[in-house]
Ligand binder design. Sequence first.
Ligand SMILES: C[C@H](O)CC(=O)SCCNC(=O)CCNC(=O)[C@H](O)C(C)(C)COP(=O)(O)OP(=O)(O)OC[C@H]1O[C@@H](n2cnc3c(N)ncnc32)[C@H](O)[C@@H]1OP(=O)(O)O
Length: 710
Amino acid sequence: MSQQDKTFSLEIREDKIGVLTMDVPGETMNTLRAEFADEISDLMKEIKSNSDLQGLVLISGKKDSFVAGADVTMIDACETAADAEQLSLEGHRVMGELEALNIPVVAAIHGACLGGGLELALACHIRVCTESTKTALGVPEVMLGLLPGSGGTQRLPRLIGVAKSLDLMLTGKQIRAKQALKMGLVDEVVPETVLLEVAVKLAKKGKIKRELKRDLTGKLLETNKFGRNIMFDQAAKQTFSKTRGNYPAPEAILEVVKLGQEKGFEAGLKLEAKRFAELAMTSESACLRGIFFATTEMKKEDGVEGVAPKKVKKAIVLGGGLMGGGIANVTATKAKVPVRIKDIAPQGLLNAQKYTYDLLNKKVKRRFMSKAEMQSQLAMITGTTEYTGVKSADIVIEAVFEDLKLKHQMVADIEANCNENTIFASNTSSLPITQIASEAKRPENVIGLHYFSPVDKMPLAEIITHEGTSDQTISTTVEFARKQGKTPIVVKDGAGFYVNRILAPYMNEAARLVLEQEPIEAVDKALVDFGFPVGPVTLLDEVGIDVGAKIGPILTKELGSRFEAPAAFDKLLADDRKGRKNEKGFYLYGKKAKKGKKQVDESIYKLLNLKPEASMDPKALAERAVLLMLNEAARCLDEGILRSARDGDIGAIFGIGFPPFLGGPFHYMDSIGIAELVDKLERHQDKYGERFAPCESLKAMAKEGQKFYN
Ligand SMILES: C[C@H](O)CC(=O)SCCNC(=O)CCNC(=O)[C@H](O)C(C)(C)COP(=O)(O)OP(=O)(O)OC[C@H]1O[C@@H](n2cnc3c(N)ncnc32)[C@H](O)[C@@H]1OP(=O)(O)O
């Protein structure tokens, strides 16, 4: 193997410190692969046989990353549990060899240090990282349905304690340098320019004698069997309340960490490899890995192949409501693009600016951000009640009231004030973009850019094109949304676009179940147990019953009677029930609600003349709502609303929290089997009505034995 094909290079400095640089050839990021085993063995031999060597620094040759973990493609390619177990055991061997070196080994970390990357750093004797915001440490394996399989379940608790390790392993969260230092994960934090220099110094100083410092709770819970049992039982309960038994990885993490604490390091490693392998073979992990591959692929897409996006240097947001405030926030803080909010009322501007102020202030209070940084980000958001500054804007995003006339007015006002390239992006959730663009002078610049609330948290953006939207407008908008931290999917214009279109029949069915006397909390629980983050009735309260009622007739008019909402909605609106926003909905809010406990507003049953009684099997209940969502998703793909099943899966997972462990509606339909799905729909059609009639494309696929993915 020539040097340029090699991943590792060892340079022995004059001061007898070896610098081992990892740089996987031809890749943007370092990942750990089984094929490096021979190279590493040779290196270890060389290091061990060099009696002059005083210490070793392990550093990355990549510009802004250390090691992003084991290569997920490699894990994905494992055909049997034995293959995956072998990978883990090989990782154990390499990490063990590194740890056993007599000389001090220092990991010099800058950028992503995740999964197997962090496990590699844990096998080193000392860790130093840069203070850069690019530096992030974590064990995100759980998000791939896996557990840390290169010794992480054993080394991490021994370094930082069990409770903190479980927090990192069960959430998969990534932490910054300062937090890592505080929890003892790294020994020093330094500016990037002196990383190597400090690492060399630390190597010369020698191995550190460590003692795990625990606070009183830590001592009580982690140092004896009784305390540990309490801690693990508690963690298991909390975990189950989140996973509802749908995700096997967190349970395996708890089991492996616990065993390692009880039976020792080696026994822990052995079980770690076994469980890692078993998890790698689960359908849950396969689906979660699929999401990783899909989102990585989507990061590289331009929206229109071969059309490079234009850089957005200035943005305008029309409307200072909750959505406008959120859009301005992600524009300034994530995309780092100056943004001006235009509202008719000064109060609207203040509210919208306060949105970002409140979020940043929280960060300052938690010391995640300096006051100066907060000021500089806030300065990027300005306000106006006139159309000043529109001329130089590259994009205008309207987030005004859902009224076609008003939207037409906005298009006209902007076109009268902007330049000929300014994009007009509408954040409408229900009005067809074709109609919004119908009176535009430059319809090619008009596009939909649909965010989800709360904008700073929800990862999806739906980008809606009408017949006349130019390719340039599409690719620039896609890139802009991505810079705002969103995963964009491009969809064709049509009532409800994709996400609301599949959500509406699901929500309607939940409402019907309530009207059939199923208790509200039973309906919500059945769908949370199915894997949704919140139940449909809670969601309706959050979105707004009035908003739901407004979208329903639009969808029915454009797409047919299967979208008809139960008539009871009118009664709710007549009673001024809008949901959380006016503290009057299906659940109790404000002063009426008991703290920390979600309670149904029982008066709603009287209003609807219901005597609730759970009579349906929760699984059957969930299935009824989900089947309608699946059928509609298949229609969206067939009609070209969606470009691909992949976009449909990511859109549903990121937009409405479709259970990630099922891989999205299309993956889920494949796993049920299309013929079986059609059969289920037909049985529901017989029992509950025409809205369950399977769509033509599903019937055709069932006949041909086709799947969405091959
Ligand atoms: C045994 C072990 O315990 C098991 C494991 O380690 S499992 C892996 C755990 N690690 C992870 O889950 C991290 C996965 N990676 C990420 O989250 C993100 O890539 C990141 C945060 C590191 C960087 O994000 P970002 O800067 O947006 O770059 P992104 O486009 O995602 O990745 C850059 C390239 O690295 C690749 N990459 C990153 N991490 C990878 C991984 N773990 N495996 C394979 N490829 C990976 C991406 O596929 C992409 O490849 P490309 O250039 O050919 O498209």
